[in-house]
Design a protein around this ligand. Structure first.
Ligand SMILES: Cc1cc2nc3c(=O)[nH]c(=O)nc-3n(C[C@H](O)[C@H](O)[C@H](O)COP(=O)(O)OP(=O)(O)OC[C@H]3O[C@@H](n4cnc5c(N)ncnc54)[C@H](O)[C@@H]3O)c2cc1C
Length: 482
């Protein structure tokens, strides 16, 4: 069952049209300004919060989209919630910041107005979207080196290859928001990596190069690491075509991701304790005791654990977790060495999109952002642990491999793999995880301990939409409604 079981998209697997959703979301309205959002929510230091408070119903661990959604939904059910957050800010793997005078996102950024939960939240808080400006050109790999294509040529070359890669997905993901709906068709398929599927297709080297950069980066470095069914599910939710798939990198929230999160927090009014990394969660009788690394214990009737799956193994759970949760914790779902880098360069190269073939560059995906007074901002993605994102020469060389020579003014990066509170970036399931772990990780771990994370969403796993979906489901589970 999905968190939004009555949602048309969930029932039929069809997407509403973008025009309908943009209209509903009030795409030009902007009720939440970035400035007010950055001012932040109510804050309680560890010392001022009454750890034994008998009026507290739930503790939510983690103030990312999943945790904040769960807190808001529990509050809507009349529950008192305390959020314990390890960092000094909200947002987790989303982080609205400033670089080269522009508002930038250091983590999750783009939302698709047809993503069901994003659509509802945009409308609820009258948050507008900003569309990326069009590209000048696409630099794509060929056997003779990088070549410039017009965006129309580039997409016309890649689209049919993706269609081949995901052939059959209309059947095996008949309802892509309920990925196990055709579990009968998925048992064998889910064991395939994207590399297995590419090998089956026997594409020409030129054709393979055009798409294996994407299959590799999303998987975490090598196409052999990621499950075919993960990318195929994203493709299916995006409407089973390249236009929908490309649109997942088209819109940003005007007030930044922090704008939506802050609006949610203003509604949830939880107590938030920052700088409070949790070390253990112990269920005992009709209470759960949550102890921070600093040794302070908070208790409540129930706990929603809304930290990334890759972090689960750093928290001691009593009683131990069920088998599927233990397996997910040891295998991990977030891509290990994910790094996002902002590059500020002098004018000259314009708005180009760059993509390398698998193994072709330490920064295999490169996207233009805004102009600045001095030049142009770009954003790159890397999963190469050897890349030093502070080293201008290394970054320049990585971009040269895509076919562009940049005059770099400044760099700013966030290494999500090295960050102890994420231990990885976007979620991307490994072969077998959907069919072996999912039926169980979607459920409660114990009567009083529930998990929420964009890493274990039914729909947009690895996206903000998925984190919201998971937070909604966790609140229902924790409140005994499912
Ligand atoms: C580089 C990058 C690019 C991405 N791009 C997109 C995109 O364009 N569009 C999109 O929709 N999604 C994107 N994503 C994915 C999206 O950001 C995530 O799916 C989503 O933010 C996950 O939310 P969450 O609440 O599940 O987890 P998180 O955001 O990770 O939140 C978990 C929270 O738990 C806290 N925490 C961790 N350990 C502890 C502890 N021991 N005690 C207390 N608190 C703890 C963390 O500090 C964090 O605040 C991207 C992710 C990355 C990394």
């Amino acid at each position: 069952m999905t968190a939004a079981g009555d949602d048309a998209a969930h029932r039929t697997g069809r997407r509403p049209s973008r025009r309908t959703v943009l209209k509903a979301a009030g795409a030009t309205a902007l009720a939440v300004s970035a400035a007010s959002a950055l001012a932040g929510p109510a804050y309680a230091g560890e010392d001022s919060e009454d750890s034994e408070s008998s009026t507290r119903d739930f503790i939510v661990i983690g103030a990312g989209f999943a945790g904040v959604t769960a807190a808001r939904e529990l509050r809507a059910r009349g529950k008192r919630v305390t959020i314990l957050e390890a960092r000094s800010r909200i947002g987790g793997r989303t982080w609205t910041d400033t670089f080269a005078g522009q508002q930038v996102e250091m983590g999750g950024t783009w939302v698709e107005p047809t993503q069901p939960h994003i659509a509802k939240e945009l409308k609820r808080y009258s948050i507008g979207l900003e569309e990326e400006d069009p590209l000048d050109r696409m630099l794509l790999p060929t056997p003779k080196g990088p070549k410039a294509f017009t965006p129309a040529e580039g997409n016309a070359a890649m689209g049919p290859l993706f269609e081949k890669l995901f052939e059959g997905s209309k059947q095996y993901f008949e309802r892509p928001f309920q990925p196990l709906y055709r579990a009968d068709l998925l048992q064998k398929l889910d064991k395939l990596s994207l590399r297995d599927r590419l090998n089956e297709l026997k594409l020409s080297p030129a054709d393979e190069m055009l798409i294996n950069g994407q299959t590799a980066i999303y998987s975490g470095g090598a196409s052999s690491e990621g499950a075919l069914t993960m990318l195929a599910q994203w493709w299916s939710m995006a409407g089973w075509n390249n236009e929908g798939w490309s649109d997942t990198q088209r819109y940003r929230m005007k007030p930044g991701t922090v704008g939506m999160l802050s609006a949610m927090i203003n509604e949830a009014k939880p107590t938030i304790v920052f700088n409070a990394p949790v070390a253990s969660v112990a269920e005992s009788g009709n209470r759960v005791h949550v102890t921070t690394r600093a040794g302070k214990t908070y208790s409540a009737k129930g706990v929603v654990v809304a930290v990334p799956v890759n972090v689960w193994h750093t928290i001691k759970f009593t009683p131990g977790l069920p088998a599927a949760h233990t397996a997910a914790a040891s295998q991990g779902i977030g891509v290990k060495n994910a790094l996002k880098i902002w590059i500020h360069a002098r004018e000259g190269q314009g708005r180009f999109y760059g993509q390398a073939a698998e193994g072709g560059s330490p920064i295999p995906m490169f996207i233009p952002y805004k102009k600045t007074s001095e030049g142009q901002l770009y954003v790159g993605f890397s999963v190469d642990p050897k890349l030093d994102p502070t080293n201008t020469a290394q970054v320049k060389d990585a971009v040269k491999k895509l076919g562009a020579d940049l005059d770099i003014i400044g760099l700013r990066a966030q290494n999500w793999g090295a960050d102890e509170f994420s231990r990885g970036g976007w979620a991307f399931r490994k072969p077998g995880q959907l069919t072996s772990l999912y039926p169980d990780v979607l459920n409660q771990a114990t009567n009083r301990i529930t998990f929420a994370s964009g890493d274990i969403a039914e729909g947009w796993t690895g996206f903000i939409d998925g984190a919201i979906e998971s937070g909604l489901r966790a609140a229902q589970l924790a409140n005994g409604e499912m």
